[in-house]
Design a protein around this ligand. Structure first.
Ligand SMILES: [Zn+2]
Length: 414
């Protein structure tokens, strides 16, 4: 019983991780990269193969499917994203399994200088004797979020093979482009048609997350005045100088990602490009509270106004756009999905932990759009880089949690 799902999870994660499905922030299409269709089509076939119903790949790049309920109850959505992070090489991923991990340093065949050490990553030290999957050193692994896909596929295959297990109708959605914040598009909530849902996109065993950042993006456009430098006296306005003034006026020792943690928010300058005539600065704003997020936007506007005041001939415009909101605002009014996940964890002897996510998930947007969607652990660690790893046994715990959740959801609430 203990090892019931290990082999299937390992096989699935390796199969999915080998397929390059990196999303592309620069692309305007949906999905953002054509290659994501490779894994989406594979999952479509696999879902048909295990007997799921209503399987389809939507024109917006989401694979949807139904696992018909064996009893009445709320319709529960299960989500994972197929794309991998654009931040690190994701081409030619070569997963390998370290069976019965011995507790020592892990080295990588394709990057001899790279070391994954349990001293630096204490969670790894807890995994002695387990089966650890990593990439080969030159790529990310993509357990984020192919572990989530492997977990959902393994759980629903089990349910389809065991019609005697009571569970309500489950709806599956494998989404593209989560890593670039475009996983949930307008038609998805209606097409998913779930009462509530879960993303399997969390890290350490026990994590049941229902708080994410609230997020805005900002773009500052600076128009200077361009003229031949030989004739520029008293006429030229150099946009580069103004851009650098804005950057140096913004907080640097506080309120940046590198100087904040836990519940603190930040303003993060992500890009600056242009020339003496015109410059663009891109930033992201993050906070757990709406008011504090608004205050960060106001601060940014004030800095722009102050720099504008030093040079009235320039044109400085700062545009702030909402990205997603803390899912807690909606979930705290209906904690049933969170309580159900916690109950399932406790039933399995797993201690539930709810830490605010310093980021967003597909669930942040889905929750705002009307489907409450907390996030559940998968076991993934050190994501978005070459040291990414996951324990097969952690994935098995998430699979059991998924199954227990489904069983508990079938019971009437009182
Ligand atoms: Zn993810």
């Amino acid at each position: 019983m203990v090892h019931l799902f290990d082999q299937e999870l390992e096989d699935r994660l390796i199969r999915y991780a080998t397929i390059d499905s990196q999303s592309d922030e620069a692309s305007k299409s949906s999905p953002s990269s054509e290659i994501q269709l490779d894994i989406l089509r594979l999952l479509e076939d696999e879902l048909v193969g295990i007997g799921a119903k209503d399987v389809r790949l939507t024109e917006y790049g989401v694979v949807l499917a139904t696992i018909p309920g064996t009893v009445d109850g709320p319709t529960v959505g299960l989500l994972a994203h197929v794309d991998t992070a654009p931040q690190f090489n994701a081409t030619d991923v070569k997963p390998r399994v370290i069976r019965g991990y011995n507790g020592g340093d892990i080295t990588f065949p394709d990057a001899p200088e790279l070391v994954l050490s349990p001293e630096e990553y204490p969670y790894l030290a807890e995994k002695v004797g387990q089966d650890i999957i990593t990439a080969s050193g030159t790529t990310l692994l993509g357990a984020d979020d192919k572990a989530g896909i492997a977990i959902i596929m393994t759980a629903v295959r089990h349910l389809l093979n065991h019609p005697e297990i009571s569970h309500p109708t489950l709806r599956i959605a494998f989404t593209p482009d989560e890593e670039i914040g475009r996983g949930v598009t307008e038609p998805l909530p209606g097409d998913l048609a779930a009462d509530f849902a879960y993303t399997f996109d969390g890290a350490a065993v026990g994590e049941i997350e229902y708080e994410s950042f609230s997020a805005d993006s900002a773009e500052i456009n600076i128009m200077g005045i361009s003229i031949h430098p030989g004739l520029a006296k008293g006429k030229m306005v150099n946009a580069l100088h103004l851009a650098s003034k804005i950057i140096t006026t913004l907080p640097q020792a506080t309120m940046t990602p590198e100087s904040t943690e836990k519940r603190e928010g930040f303003i993060h300058a992500t890009q600056m490009h242009g020339d003496a005539a015109a410059m663009t600065i891109k930033l992201i704003l993050r906070d757990f509270e709406r008011e504090a997020l608004t205050a960060k936007g106001d601060l940014l506007q004030q800095v722009c106004l102050a720099v504008q005041a030093t040079e009235p001939r320039a044109k400085i415009k700062c545009t702030i756009r909402p990205q997603y909101r803390n899912m807690r605002y909606w979930l705290e009014t209906d904690m049933r999905p969170v309580d159900l996940a916690r109950e399932a964890a406790i039933k399995l002897g797993i201690e539930p932990v709810s830490v605010p996510i310093r980021g967003g998930t597909d669930g942040s947007i889905l929750t705002e759009m009307g489907i409450p969607t907390p996030n559940i652990f998968t076991g993934m660690q050190n994501i978005h880089g070459p040291l990414e790893w996951i324990s097969v046994q952690d994935m098995a715990k998430a699979t059991k949690l998924c199954l227990t959740l489904a069983e508990l959801a079938a019971k009437p609430t009182n």
